[in-house]
Design a protein around this ligand. Structure first.
Ligand code: FAD
Ligand code: DHB
Length: 394
């Protein structure tokens, strides 16, 4: 067993773990990341696409703004559609004076990886059998195996940035003081990425009689589309032709006339889930990002919540190392959970409004349509939606 020490041990090199390590490095706090996948695997995952302006500001503040500002697409609004009712454009700028940025999670991850390489900082990739120990002591540690060798990393703190299926929340659970609050939805999203111009220059979120669809993008020449699908469906059963024809049908003839089809670069199915772990601190173990909470993707909040967690947690850790006080660390869980629950409510609401639910009665469907019509008729409700989409949670 080879033992090493650091100040902060981070489990998981997704956006949460990479960003935390980046901010700590800037403040002179040593951190090591232990990740179970390869760097190529992590950087190839196609996930989030929409960044709140608070996320953009924080990434810029910590020196990650250059490529995002040059290549990201600022979006001043998006459109909601409910079956045949008149489409509703949510004018984010007019309603709330701010915009979101369309810039893929893949790009954020690459920017973080490059910044890490430039500083010569080390990430342990392809670690096996990752386990967390002694979280109730002042010397917690992370053990793992690499190419058959056993390693132990001792630290002052362990931060669980290892996503929904990670080992850190499981370790917290074993303390008996973790509460998990959850709602699973009876459908998933089938996503397709293709090098074709987007059908619309702004995002479209829609509830069609066949189910939800979302038209998004990564650039003026790269589109990202999602279709609501059943949970038991397999991605192999969705040829590109089947996907494009289902999307064209949901778009309807007028909108579909502008749809450019092409071979998929990626296709995957994601289940939808609302989930919160309470609290987010267990002795010297903290949970951040998807390790602590999941939102259904409809509100585009997951990555933004992860960045907001790291904003609070990184400041608290830096404050500990600068002052020796645990005050800010003690406040992390409550502060983060207040924001997380507001994002959970918003994501649940967007999901409820925009999806077809199995067993939905005509009454349920009419109420959904009336909810959409009420929103369309109320500038006040649209402003509330715009503020939540833009991220007014702190
Ligand atoms: P993850 O990205 O899950 O990273 C966790 C890391 O930990 C992974 O690299 C994993 O390999 C590693 N790991 C796991 N277990 C272990 C272990 N035992 N040991 C070591 N390492 C481990 N969010 C938005 O804000 N806007 C959007 O538009 C949006 N759209 C989405 C669309 C889809 C289809 C999906 C699936 C998600 C979307 N999200 C969106 C959510 C967003 O992608 C996640 O919230 C975000 O990835 C969370 O980052 P994270 O670093 O906390 O977790
Ligand atoms: C994308 C994903 C989302 O969940 C969303 O709400 C908007 C855009 C995307 O992948 O582009």
């Amino acid at each position: 067993m080879q033992t090493s020490t650091t100040q902060v041990a981070i489990v998981g090199a997704g956006p949460s773990g990479l960003l935390l390590a980046h901010v700590l490095a800037q403040a002179g706090v040593a951190a090591v990341i232990v990740e179970r996948q390869s760097a190529d695997h992590v950087s190839a995952r196609i996930r989030a696409g929409v960044l709140e302006d608070a996320t953009v500001s924080f990434l810029t503040e910590v020196g990650l703004g250059a490529r995002m500002q040059a290549e990201g697409l600022p979006h001043e609004g998006f459109t909601l559609i409910y079956e045949d009712l008149a489409p509703l454009r949510i004018d984010l700028q007019a309603l709330a004076g701010r915009s979101v940025m369309v810039y893929g999670q893949t790009e954020v991850t690459r920017d973080l990886m490059r910044a890490r390489e430039a500083l010569g900082l080390k990430t342990v990739y392809e670690a096996e059998d990752v386990a967390v120990h002694d979280i109730q002591s002042n010397r917690p540690s992370v053990s793992y195996r690499l190419a058959g060798e056993a390693y132990r990393l001792e630290a002052d703190f362990v931060i669980g940035c290892d996503g929904y299926h990670g080992v850190c929340r499981a370790t917290a659970k074993a303390t008996g003081s973790l509460r998990e609050i959850e709602r699973a939805y009876p459908f998933g999203w089938l996503g397709l990425l293709a090098d074709v111009p987007p059908v619309s220059h702004e995002l479209i979120y829609a509830n069609h009689a066949d189910g939800f669809y979302l038209c998004s993008m990564r650039s003026p020449t790269r589109s990202r589309y999602y279709l609501q699908c059943r949970l038991d469906e397999k991605v192999e059963d969705w040829s590109d032709e089947r996907f494009w024809s289902a999307l064209a049908h949901r778009l309807g003839p007028d909108r579909a006339a502008a749809l450019v089809q092409g071979p998929s670069l990626e296709k995957s199915i994601a289940p939808l889930r609302s989930f919160v772990a309470e609290p987010l601190r267990f002795g010297r173990l903290f949970l951040a990002g998807d390790a602590g909470h999941i939102v259904p993707p409809t509100g585009a909040k997951g990555l933004n919540l992860a960045v907001a967690d790291i904003r609070v947690l990184s400041r608290a850790l830096v404050s500990f190392y600068q002052t020796g006080s645990e005050g800010a660390l003690t406040g992390y869980s409550d502060l983060a959970l207040r924001r997380i629950w507001k994002a959970e409510r918003f994501s649940w609401w967007m999901t409820s409004l925009l999806h077809k639910f199995e067993g939905q009665t005509l009454f349920d469907r009419r109420i959904q349509a009336a909810e959409f019509a009420t929103l369309a008729g109320s500038a006040a409700l649209q402003k509330a939606l715009a503020e939540a989409y833009l991220g007014l949670f702190d």
